[in-house]
Each structure stands twice: as structure tokens, then as C-alpha cells.
Design a protein around this ligand. Structure first.
Ligand SMILES: C[S@@+](CC[C@H](N)C(=O)[O-])C[C@H]1O[C@@H](n2cnc3c(N)ncnc32)[C@H](O)[C@@H]1O
Length: 265
């Protein structure tokens, strides 16, 4: 245990054994607030070990069939695979046989199963261990894949400036906006200076996602943690810029973004 954490635990034990419940609760609140404060990158990772993974329970699929529904809203393996193949084909211009590629929120490997055979190394990263276990089955033939159980907004095991292509499809929309932004910064950290990021966001200006938004408004029971948060293209442009990227947007029902880390000025 780190020295700071140990003295905190000792202090809390002291308060607890002396029956000082109110002081103990106050100390816990201060500690929780400190965990949420903006902190330098290395410090954030040290602290992220202490984080609970708030997004994991939502994505604990029992089996392949439930995972397909959660991920792609389909019970058909065929359409799941066809969708993955088409998404991988759209990524093809941005990597080659020598590339290190990272799939953030890889799910059960819908896209990664087509990317891994075409690159040198693939990081399959997901907040859900269950998804990673199912991905490992799907990608059993690929020995160039490293599976990483990430934290909510951090993937500390991935070295900085080491990735040629990072992609995150149908993922950021399921996070609180602030957490999506932190993950974008994390993606910027792991990308090489000339690397590429491909991400998608639901377009609030589309009939489909305006419709979903109105459903969440009218029916509280649909406002589940994994609901899709929609963005306007203008918001996405500003957010990408603020996270340190130069981005080109292709706004359809999904806003597809191809971005590169902006060189430090
Ligand atoms: C809709 S699925 C998309 C899966 C995959 N990208 C695809 O297109 O097939 C969302 C995935 O993001 C993962 N996820 C959710 N929150 C995450 C987070 N904070 N960090 C990493 N992965 C996350 C979920 O576990 C799930 O596998």
C-alpha cells in the first residue's frame, strides 16, 4: 500500500474505533472529492488503481448472445459479423501490417477480429472483463492481441506515443461526457505523433438520435446508464480540438471522426 493511502486508512481506523462516525464520514467525503480533482497524468493513473470501475457492471454480458444484443442490438451472428467486417474495411486506410493498433471498448471483438490479422500488434481494451473473455474466444487464432482490462478513463498499461491507429466505435456515447473527454485525452496520450484516431458519436441532429433523446426525456425507465449521449457535429469539433486533436468530421446518423494529435505549440 502507498504511504499516503496507509496513513489515510490508519486515520480512518482510529476514527472508527473511537466511534467518531461523523468525522469518519467527513474524512471519507474529502478523500472521495480528492479522487475526482483534476490531477497530472501520472498521478491520475496512480489514483485510477483506487477507482471503482463504474462502467463495468452495465457491460457484464452473461454470454455471446447477450453481448451481441448489448453491443449491436442484434441476435443475429451474421449481421454482427458483417457489420464488423464493414467497420474494419473503413479503418483499413489508416494501418498496415507493421502497425500497432488499439481498439478501445473492443466488446467481443466484432471489429478487432478483422483488424488483428492485418496488423503487427493489437491492444484489445475494454472496461468489462466479461467482454474481454468473450473477445479472447473470438480472436483465439490471433497471437498478436494483448487484452487489457481498463479502468473507467484510463489504460495505464499502454505506453505513451506507442500506437499508430486507435479506434473506438460505439463506445464514447455510453459514457458521461466528462469521462468521454478524459478517454479522448487518454487516446491522445497513447497515439504516436503522426498517429490516427477514429471515433464515432451519435448525431443529435439526426431524426434517429433526436428520437432516442426524446424517449429518454419522456420515459425515465429508459434513462439507463448505458444510454447513448448524442452530440451535435459542432460540439464534437470543439471537444476534439480541446482534447488536442485536429479532426475531420463526417456527420451522418453517426458522426464519424478521423483525427490526428495536434503537435504541441
Ligand atoms: C456498444 S459496445 C461497442 C463494442 C465494440 N466497439 C463494437 O463496435 O463492437 C460498447 C463497449 O464499450 C465498453 N466500454 C464501456 N465503457 C467503457 C470505458 N469507460 N472504457 C472502456 N470500454 C468501455 C463496453 O464494455 C462495451 O464492450
Amino acid at each position: 500500500m502507498q504511504k499516503g493511502a496507509k496513513s489515510l486508512v490508519d486515520e480512518m481506523k482510529r476514527l472508527a474505533t473511537r466511534g467518531k462516525a461523523e468525522e469518519l464520514v467527513g474524512r471519507l467525503y474529502r478523500a472521495a472529492r480528492a479522487l475526482r480533482e483534476p490531477v497530472p497524468f501520472e498521478e491520475k493513473f496512480r489514483r485510477s488503481d483506487l477507482h471503482s470501475n463504474i462502467y463495468e457492471p452495465t457491460w457484464s454480458a452473461a454470454d455471446e448472445a447477450e453481448a451481441r444484443l448489448l453491443i449491436y442490438n442484434t441476435d443475429s451472428e451474421e449481421s454482427f459479423v458483417e457489420g464488423g467486417k464493414a467497420d474494419a474495411a473503413r479503418l483499413r486506410p489508416y494501418f498496415d501490417k507493421g502497425s500497432t493498433v488499439l481498439d478501445l471498448g473492443c466488446g467481443i471483438g466484432r471489429v478487432a477480429s478483422f483488424v488483428a490479422p492485418e496488423c503487427a500488434r493489437l491492444w484489445a481494451v475494454d472496461v468489462s472483463q466479461k467482454m474481454l473473455d468473450l473477445a479472447a474466444k473470438r480472436l483465439a487464432g490471433c497471437d498478436n492481441v494483448t487484452y487489457l482490462h481498463s479502468r473507467d478513463v484510463a489504460m495505464p498499461a499502454v505506453p505513451s506515443a506507442s500506437v499508430d491507429l486507435a479506434y473506438s466505435l460505439l463506445v464514447l456515447q455510453h459514457l458521461e461526457r466528462e469521462d468521454a473527454f478524459l478517454l479522448l485525452e487518454e487516446l491522445r496520450r497513447v497515439l504516436k505523433p503522426g498517429g490516427t484516431l477514429v471515433v464515432t458519436f451519435p448525431n443529435l441532429l439526426s431524426d434517429e438520435y433526436l428520437g432516442s433523446f426524446l424517449e429518454y426525456v419522456r420515459d425515465r425507465s429508459k434513462r439507463v446508464p448505458a444510454r447513448a449521449r448524442a452530440y451535435t457535429p459542432e460540439e464534437v469539433g470543439r471537444i476534439m480540438e480541446a482534447a488536442g486533436f485536429e479532426a475531420a468530421l463526417d456527420p451522418g446518423v453517426e458522426i464519424r471522426v478521423v483525427a490526428h494529435p495536434r503537435p504541441p505549440t
